[in-house]
Design a protein around this ligand. Structure first.
Ligand SMILES: [Zn+2]
Ligand SMILES: [Zn+2]
Length: 354
């Protein structure tokens, strides 16, 4: 396979903070360690977390962000052979790039997404806003052939995150679940997964455009934050007074969490996904939990198995991400649109025209 000599194009963050912008730069193709594979990406999704990382509010980052890459293996480290991974294998490059396999989290079933030593795209290792990236063989996420690259990229972070949240939300098919921030990149995938998993979905977001979008994806009820005076009350009404079996908050807003606590029915589960700014705390009285048997749980992306499960919904045509294709040089404008919360669906960058 032909590779460019030594350099390739990437997008880097300049002036992290409120003035952060993304700029094209020529970067060296990363050098492989013995157990690494070199992946040539064809597309990468753009996630809200990338925008948050660029703003500096989540702490120090690498210059190259991005964590929803889809591509193929083009080179193997000296310690690997094609009996382990073949050249041309389709792979995904997600938020989690490696885990230690030895910490208390890794040793706990399902704990690998919370590994204390985990390497994350754009945090400790360069992300997918570059055409070439390295992945350790031991933590390779292989992808099936079939669905287009742009259909798989959004699943690698946004999709698997909401799929995992639904998987652990404790609801039974036929019960009502609420998705707060339902018109966003994560929430909109959630509506489709939720429907495919047999739940009845109440979508919460702001504005008429999001209403049409959420209902078209399979939400049964839409509640508009800009017009509903008391959102939890509307949820109670729509669920026949019972309340929802689970509420998944993808919105990065303390108010969304506060409201969600009042929407839950008996033994309801609040699943925390969206990350509000540190100043936005949630208040509650313990009696709420004592009386109602409510549980609050956090969900963090998903394991490689969760990714494969989530992708099987795409393969079966049950989940079809709404995507807007873009190119690396437009990343600053794209991130602005994500910040404003107006974007419909997910942005996916294609590295080169076929
Ligand atoms: Zn993400
Ligand atoms: Zn670990």
């Amino acid at each position: 396979m032909e590779l460019p000599s030594t350099h390739t194009i990437a997008v880097v963050v300049r002036e992290p903070g409120c003035k952060a912008r993304f700029e094209l730069e020529s970067v060296p193709i990363p050098e492989l360690g013995p157990q690494d594979v070199l992946v040539q990406l064809s597309v990468t999704g753009v996630c809200g977390t990338d925008v948050a990382l660029a703003s500096g509010e989540l702490g120090p980052t690498r210059r190259i962000l991005g964590h929803e890459g889809v591509g193929r293996v083009v080179r193997l480290g000296s310690g690997l052979s094609e009996s382990q991974v073949r050249l041309g294998q389709r792979v995904g490059v997600a938020w989690q790039r490696d885990i230690c396999g030895a910490c208390a989290m890794c040793l706990t079933e399902g704990g690998e997404t919370r590994c204390f030593e985990q390497l994350n795209s754009g945090r400790k290792v360069d992300g997918t806003f570059a055409e070439y990236t390295l992945v350790p063989y031991r933590y390779l996420t292989t992808l099936p052939e079939g669905p287009g690259d742009e259909m798989l990229a959004p699943i690698l972070c946004g999709g698997v995150t909401i799929y995992k949240g639904l998987k652990i939300c404790g609801a039974t098919p036929g019960q009502w679940i609420v998705i707060s921030g339902a018109g966003g990149g994560v929430g909109s995938l959630g509506i489709q997964f939720s429907k495919a998993m047999g739940y009845r979905t109440i979508a919460i977001d702001a504005g008429k455009e999001k209403e049409d979008y959420c209902l078209s994806l399979g939400a049964e009820v839409y509640i508009d934050l800009t017009t509903a005076a008391d959102v939890p009350l509307v949820v109670r009404e729509k669920t026949g007074g019972r309340g929802a079996a689970a509420a998944l908050v993808t919105a990065g807003s303390g108010k969304a969490y506060q409201d969600a606590l009042r929407m839950l029915g008996p033994f309801g589960r609040l699943v925390c996904i969206g990350i509000p700014p540190p100043s936005q705390l949630v208040n509650f009285h313990p009696l709420l939990f004592i009386d109602m048997g409510i549980t609050i749980i956090g969900s963090a992306v998903g394991t490689r198995l969760d990714i494969q499960e989530a992708i099987s919904f795409v393969e079966r045509g049950l989940v079809r991400p709404t995507v807007q294709m873009t190119t690396l040089d437009k990343l600053s404008a794209v991130s602005e649109q994500i910040t404003q919360g107006k974007a419909i669906g997910k942005f996916v960058v294609r590295f080169r025209e076929d």
